[in-house]
Design a protein around this ligand. Structure first.
Ligand SMILES: [Fe+2]
Length: 232
């Protein structure tokens, strides 16, 4: 198998493993030099197909009962560093509800759960690399990293891509959020242009009248214009 000709990440375009302002990274970041994977391992990747794992592209309702909050459509294109579509790849999604609460036993934030919002989904890109899902805009939530710490509105994304070397776990943010300037996870990416790639664009073309606001979030796996990882 040939090793993919991945370009190195430009300085500042990806978060460091340990971020002083993001307390828990200092506890879980590597203390030893990293071990390079053999090319055969880096080139391999698990493959998930929609006939094995059913797509769930509508997070905005449970059994036809609508979740509370601002309905949104999120769509975009997944490409590699050569602008080739990453086709038929699985994207896993998870997020807080409109009140800023996760449907998870360890989330103890004093905000209401919504029985009509489970908070996770799964979509696959088509042959041209396009994906689309419907959800509700997640709320901000406190996270105790520092005094009065609040996460900006965000949706978690996980992509496997064509190889382990292209694996991406990241977060999509919303334009104009005042918490972005204060968020150590978002700010862990020091390059401003790279940070901007984590912010979706409001898209009137994608917006459906009387129904939902549209946001476009294109994702590049690996390379010069790669979407940054979330701070580990
Ligand atoms: Fe989150």
């Amino acid at each position: 198998m040939t090793r993919p000709a991945y370009l190195p990440f430009p300085p500042g375009s990806q978060p460091p493993y340990s971020v002083a302002r993001y307390g828990s990274t200092t506890k879980r970041s590597p203390r030893q030099p990293l071990v390079a994977l053999a090319p055969t391992i880096e080139c391999a990747a698990p493959v998930f197909r929609p006939d094995q794992l059913a797509p769930d592209a509508d997070l905005s309702q449970v059994a036809g009962r609508a979740a509370l909050g601002e309905r949104i459509i999120v769509a975009g294109r997944v490409t590699d560093e050569a602008d080739r579509p990453v086709a038929n790849t699985m994207i896993e999604l998870w997020q807080a509800n409109a009140s800023g609460r996760y449907h998870h036993e360890r989330d103890t934030h004093d905000a209401p759960l919504d029985p009509n919002f489970r908070g996770s989904g799964r979509v696959f890109t088509d042959a041209a690399g396009h994906y689309r899902f419907v959800s509700i805009k997640p709320g901000a939530y406190p996270w105790r990293n520092h005094t009065n710490a609040w996460r900006p509105n965000h949706i978690h994304f996980s992509l496997f891509g064509a190889s382990w070397g292209a694996r991406l776990v990241t977060q999509m943010y919303f334009p104009g959020d005042p918490l972005l300037e204060l968020d150590p996870i978002y700010q862990a990416v020091s390059d401003a242009a790279a940070r901007a790639r984590l912010v979706a664009a409001f898209d009137l073309e994608l917006t459906q009248p009387e129904w939902a606001l549209g946001y476009r979030f294109d994702i590049v796996l690996r390379g010069l214009h790669a979407t940054p990882l979330e701070a580990p």
